[in-house]
Structure formats: structure tokens, C-alpha cells
Design a protein around this ligand. Sequence first.
Ligand code: UDP
Length: 478
Amino acid sequence: MARPHAVVVPYPGSGNINPALQLAQLLRRHGVFVTFVVTENNLRRAEAAAEGAARGREGFRVETIPDGLVDADRDAQDYDLGLSKATVDHGAAPLRELVARLRGGSTPGVPPVTCVLPTTLMSFALDVARELGVPSMVLVAFGAAPLMAHMRLRELKERGYLPLKDESCLTNGYLETTIDWIPGMPPISLGDVSSFVRTTDPDDFGLWFNITEANNCTKASAIIINTFDALEADVLAALRAEYPRIYTVGQLGTMLRRSHLDEEASDGSIDLSLWKHDTECLSWLDAQEPASVVYVNFGSLTVLTADQLAEFAWGLAETGHPFLLVVREDLVHGGGALPPEFLAETAERCRVVTWCPQEQVLRHCAVGCFLTHCGWNSMLESIAAGVPMVCWPVFADQYTNRKYACELWGVGLRLDEEVRREQVAGRVREAMESEEMRKSAARWKAEAEAAACPGGSSRENLLGLVKALKEGSLNTEA
Ligand code: UDP
């Protein structure tokens, strides 16, 4: 039987590249040949962040496609929106050419393509696969609840909740309207369904794009989700009732660590980070007391105002705890920096870096809580590391994630949208001290480990996925 060959095509942002790369490595460890497709711009960035980042290995190679943007677009404030538009408009043709070239198996040492595996937001890749008669699977780079919520945005529109009637709906309490009919989900306020509900424009691109992309997942022969069954049991049951071929294989970092443990001969993990990791912060953490450090990171896309950053900073200063604060070069709108008085006052107990190896940081015993923007990967990495969170969502699925962390999983505390230093300090102290949250976090960490162990749900699902790839039992028609 020929070796299965998956062409993995992540949406070109860290929140999608990272889990896709983890899944790709797991598949490779189980004998699947992987071609990992990144944009030319991201390959340049990864190479600049770590020399040799894109070096091929046995069973793993990197290919590129253009992202359809010119450099001026990349500096734009709405870079992510522009990237989504360009990807939709320009992604299919180069990917079609690439898959067609690899499909036939005429490239020496490369088996014929047997599966196209994009992440969410890349459904054009599912169309390309179908056109070329190649089976496909999709990796959902967020949880089952946000997937279900985003799928239901269409119905929210049909039932007249969206678009908002006028701007006043943003502040008059309308976003608190309870939505109690989303299958498998507890009653949820309209504003927590997604950030994309915050529009009065019937043709809003973000809303249209997310409705389309969430529902297009069902075009794939199988849906893979970076979550684990115990974490999202109810909503997974509801999703599986609609789409039986769902493989939950998360938390992917835990799965990858386990597979390293299982296989003594590891050839090291592959990293295509778009930013250079500051690894010295790990030595700094080594010098801190256990569970004493507040870790703060807003992910790869969030943009703050200088005032918001200052409020967060002074709030952290007030807690008296040491903290590791990640300030991306483009974190602050207009390029503002941390107040110099703050840096002087906290010099003894503050470490500021521009990007860090987050999973390692979260797993460091010195970290006591995580102030997060609630990106799915960040939240799941924190859950898998057993670290309580202080939640400040900004965009996309992050409001749903916060609801689950705070109300269902017992591992998060809310911050108001308006950042105030007193509240930041109060919530951080509470998260650092709460015995109850620490216990919940430890319980979820144990569940995540159990899912990744032999016999665990994620491990079994991964094996099932690999079996389907090896047997060629995925349909080209969903
Ligand atoms: N990340 C990292 N170092 C950082 C910040 C983020 O390695 O300093 C990684 C993080 O571990 C996660 C991803 O980048 O895997 C961010 O994804 P997430 O879904 O949390 O948020 P997004 O960036 O998509 O908003």
C-alpha cells in the first residue's frame, strides 16, 4: 500500500499554523507523509525567526503559495481582514497547481497526494480537493463550542437578530439578549456568540466570511477539532449528531509531548514560528518561586491602545507578583510602549519579551496564572497546563471561549471590556489565590492528559484518523 500523503494548508496566522503543524507532526509520526503549505511571506518570516525553520525532514516537506497581498497591505491596521480577503480571492489557483503537481506522484521521493487538509478559514482548499478528486479533511483551529456558535450565525441572521438594527445595539444591552436554542450549548448572550455579531452592515465581510467558513467545514470528509471529549461533551454530542465524522485530537501539544515520550528516538519538533522566541524568559522563570508568576500574552493579532497597555501594566504592578509580559512589536496601535516609570518601578520583578515559547512557559511550575485574550489555542494550552486564567476577549470566538472558561470549566475570571488597573489587580490576585480555580485547573489538566494517553479519546481518534488515511477510506464526496 502506498504511503498516505496529506497536504496540510493552514490559514496564514499563528493561531492556525501552530495547531496545524502539531497535527502534521503527529500524522508524520504515525507514518503519514506531509507536505506543509505556508505563504511565501510567512516562510520568509519563519526563516528570519529561526534559521533553517523550513528544513525538510524524512516524511515532511514545506511548500509555499503566495498570500495575495503586497507589502503595504501587511502594515495596514486591518491586516487580518485584508489577509482573509486576499486568501479567499487568490488562494485557490496556486494551491490547485500545487496539489495537481503533487497528486500524480511524479516528484521523486514524494508519494501521490491522498488527502488535502486545510484549517478553518481556508475552505477554498476543500473545493480544490473536490475538483481534483482528492479526499479532504479540515482542522478546526478552535473549539467545538465556537464552531457550533459560528455555524449558527447564519440562523441568527435568518431569525432577524443580525445585523444589529443600529449602533445603539452595541451599548443598550441588546448584546445581552439570551440565545437558548444553539444545540449542545447553554444559554448564551448574543454578544458571546462571536465578535462578528457586532455589525449593522448586512454585507459585513467578517460576518459573511465566518458564516461561510464555519458551515463549509461540512464539505470535508472529516472534521478534526483541537479539543478533547471531556471538555466539550455536550456540544460535541450535538455536533456529532449532525456530522458523525468528527475526530477530536486535542490538546495537540499534550498529544505531541506524549508521542515524544512514547518514541524514544525523537528528531526534535518542527517550529515555523513567525516571531523569534525569547527562550531566556525560561531561565528567568527558573529563578522564580513556584506558582508565583503572572503570565500575560494577547496572542498574535490583538491590538491594544497605549492607554489599555498602561492600565494592564499598572494593574500588574499593583498585584505585587512577578510577571512575564509579552509585548509584540505590533501590539500597540500607533506603536506605543510601556510607561518608563512603570518599567523603573517593577524592574526587579518584571520580564518583558516580544514573543515567547508559550506552551513551555505555561507548563513552567513558576507560572501561577495567565492573563489572556482567550484565543482558543492559548486557552487550551493553559487548560492542558493546569493554569487558571484572567480573561479579556477581543475578537472572533474569544467571547465564547471566555464564557466556557469562567462559567462552565471554573478556570477563568472575567475582566470588563474597559481596562481598569484596579480591576486587573483584583482579578489577577484572585486567580493567583483561588484554591477552587486551582483545583478545577488541575482536574482539566488531568483530563487532557488522560485523553492523550493510550486508550484516551484523543489518542484513539488520532489512530482512527491515521487508519482512515492509510486505508483510503475517506470519501471525496462529503
Ligand atoms: N504564541 C506563542 N508565543 C507568544 C504568543 C503566542 O508561541 O508569545 C502561540 C500560542 O502558544 C498559540 C498561538 O501563538 O499557539 C496563538 O493562538 P491563539 O489561538 O491563542 O490566538 P491568536 O493569535 O490566533 O489570536
